[in-house]
Write a protein that binds this ligand. Structure first.
Ligand SMILES: [Mg+2]
Length: 226
């Protein structure tokens, strides 16, 4: 999984697409915020509260994160506030200046809007995270619909999520494009039958580019303006 792959260049016609589904964290917004928050800031605060060293706090937390990976608990701020004894929304607000929109995202959203396609934000983020992020980097005016996975009660990593979403939004999956930075999510969407899936190969501005070996990849959205 960690070995480098060659880039698969996206190859489709926009005229064949009516609906564009976009992930938020790592896709439109810089995942550096999330990485910093969970891997550095929360361990500092948790360690301070419980009298643990940074190393102890980090090890304990990373183990806790792994246990709920790919479930709705991972993104549930109330779950973490209870579990850790910290006010997670307040902590997110404290470092919200790190929430940044990736380069070319606004240009791309305008490009799609000009073609009168349906634009839908499909995020695993909890509604409290969404509110904090949109306060700092408001993308909501661009979208026809905003869906948080918790509304459907199923994680995006499950094909069932995409079946339910199709039922809810009424899109034609053969004329729909999804961009996301998580391979498991792209797998699930493709398994359900969404025709065009695009992998975002640099979710965090501080991480190296990692192309997918299976999905067409982009580093930034200027690559989809053709
Ligand atoms: Mg993401």
């Amino acid at each position: 999984m960690n070995q480098p792959h060659n880039k698969i260049t996206p190859n489709f016609c926009w005229s064949a697409i009516d609906t564009v589904l976009l992930d938020m964290d790592g896709t439109l917004l810089d995942k550096y915020f999330d990485d910093y928050f969970w891997e550095e800031f929360v361990p500092q605060m948790y360690g301070a509260k419980h009298g643990l060293s940074i190393e102890q706090a980090t090890a304990e937390l990373l183990d806790g994160y792994r246990r709920v990976a790919d479930t709705l608990s991972w993104t549930d701020l109330d779950f973490w506030s209870d579990r850790l004894g910290l006010d997670i929304p307040v902590l997110k607000q404290q470092v919200s200046h790190l929430i940044q929109i990736h380069p070319f995202v606004i240009e791309f959203l305008n490009y799609i809007a000009a073609q009168a396609k349906k634009l839908c934000l499909v995020t695993a983020a909890h509604n409290k995270t969404l509110a904090i992020k949109m306060k700092q980097a408001d993308l909501t005016p661009y979208f026809d619909t905003i869906i948080c996975a918790e509304e459907l009660g199923i994680p995006k990593e499950s094909p069932e999520f995409w079946r339910k979403l199709e039922e809810m939004l009424g899109f034609d999956k053969s004329r729909t494009l999804l961009a996301d930075d998580t391979s498991k999510v792209l797998h699930a969407a493709r398994q359900h039958g969404i025709s065009h899936v695009i992998h975002v190969a640099r979710p965090s501005s501080r991480s190296p580019i990692r192309y997918s070996g299976e999905f067409p990849s982009i580093v930034s959205f200027d690559e989809l303006m053709f």
